[in-house]
Design a protein around this ligand. Structure first.
Ligand SMILES: CC(C)(COP(=O)(O)OP(=O)(O)OC[C@H]1O[C@@H](n2cnc3c(N)ncnc32)[C@H](O)[C@@H]1OP(=O)(O)O)[C@@H](O)C(=O)NCCC(=O)NCCS
Length: 186
C-alpha cells in the first residue's frame, strides 16, 4: 500500500534495529528504552505467534511500527481468534501525518482477511475510537491485569467478525513478554 512517499509493509527480520529505534524515538527518554526492550522480547516470543508486525517506510527510512500479538480468552473460547494491538509508534518528526492511522487500517485489514475475530488495545480512547475500537470492560472482557478505574476507558476492543462478542467474555490473556503488570497501567 503506497500513499505519498510512505509505504506500509510487513516487517522482516532485518528491520529489528530500526523498529527498536522507532519506539525509542516515539516514546522519548522516559519510556523509550522500556518499550524498545519490550518489543525486542515480544518479537522473539513464540507465545505471541502468529503475530503481525508492520512498518511504515518513507523513502529508505522506517518511520513507524505496529505489532499485533496473539491473545486467548479465558474461560476457553478456543474458537475465537484474538490479537492485542501493542505497541504502535511513529517517529516524532513524522507524527500527525496519518501514518499511525494507516498502520492501524492496514493491520486490521490483514487480520480480518485471515479470520481474526477480535482485536484488543490498551491506549488513548480518543485515538483508537477513530478506528472503531469500543470500551471492552462493559462488553465483559477483563484485561490481563486489572486496569485502574480512572483508565477503564483505555481498554478497548474491535470486533472484526460481527457477532463474535455475543456470548463471548472473560479474561484476555496476553503473550508471555507482555504479561507483566507494569505494561497494564496505561
Ligand atoms: C500515537 C501515535 C502512534 C499516533 O501516530 P500518528 O501517525 O501521529 O497519528 P495519525 O497521524 O494517524 O493521527 C493523528 C491524530 O491523532 C491524534 N492523537 C495523537 N496522539 C493522541 C493521543 N494521545 N490522544 C488522542 N489523540 C491523539 C492527533 O491529535 C491527531 O489528531 P488530528 O488528526 O485531529 O490532528 C504517535 O503519536 C506516537 O507514536 N506517539 C508516541 C507513542 C505512543 O504513545 N503510542 C501509542 C501507544 S497506545
Amino acid at each position: 500500500m503506497t500513499q505519498g512517499n510512505v509505504k506500509i509493509c510487513n516487517a522482516n527480520t532485518q528491520d529489528r534495529a530500526a523498529i527498536l529505534a522507532i519506539h525509542m524515538n516515539a516514546f522519548g527518554v522516559d519510556d523509550g528504552e522500556v518499550i524498545a526492550k519490550l518489543v525486542d522480547e515480544m518479537l522473539d516470543d513464540a507465545t505471541g505467534e502468529p503475530m503481525l508486525s508492520l512498518v511504515a517506510e518513507a523513502d529508505v527510512e522506517l518511520v513507524g511500527h505496529l505489532l499485533f500479538t496473539s491473545a486467548r480468552i479465558e474461560p476457553d473460547h478456543g474458537q475465537v481468534s484474538a490479537k492485542i494491538l501493542a505497541p504502535l509508534s511513529v517517529v516524532q518528526h513524522r507524527q500527525r501525518q496519518g501514518i499511525g492511522g494507516r498502520l492501524i487500517h492496514a493491520g486490521l485489514r490483514q487480520l480480518e482477511e485471515v479470520g481474526v475475530d477480535l482485536v484488543f488495545v490498551l491506549g488513548y480512547p480518543d485515538y483508537y475510537s477513530r478506528f472503531g475500537f469500543k470500551p471492552a470492560g462493559v462488553q465483559g472482557f477483563q484485561a490481563t491485569y486489572p486496569i485502574p478505574l480512572q483508565n477503564a476507558g483505555a481498554w478497548m476492543v474491535k470486533e472484526l467478525t460481527p457477532g463474535t462478542m455475543e456470548g463471548c467474555q472473560g479474561i484476555v490473556r496476553c503473550s508471555k513478554a507482555l504479561d507483566h503488570p507494569k505494561y497494564w497501567i496505561e
